[in-house]
Design a protein. Sequence first.
Length: 135
Amino acid sequence: YYSYFWKAIFVTLNNFLTALAEDNQTEIAQLFPSHEFSLIEIPDESNTEGTAALTAEVEDFLVLVAFTSGDYVQEFAEKVPDMFEDEEEIPGFTLTGNEMLGFLPEDFGILFNPESADCFVMSPAVVEQLKEEMQ
């Protein structure tokens, strides 16, 4: 059972990464809603009691930084150690694609797996198209 479970997760992850690389909107729309993404938690400067997810700027738009697996989070942390030097562990949380789109502000894109060979950017226009297809 467990080996089947992990194999199914690995196949789904590979399919999602392939869909991103090939810009296959149909496949992305099918896999995105239920896929779990890891987000890095940062202090929310607008609310001293809350937290927020790591964001960045790519080209001329803001992106939410999301990881398709914990391995990519670890790779990111190893390549930017200054970001986590005061942390015993990497603060973060997971959301499904559906949940992530619900929280994502308008005009935001998504940066998947930064600092890795499987880094992809989904522009705000593609994110909005995905939101429409999922409704």
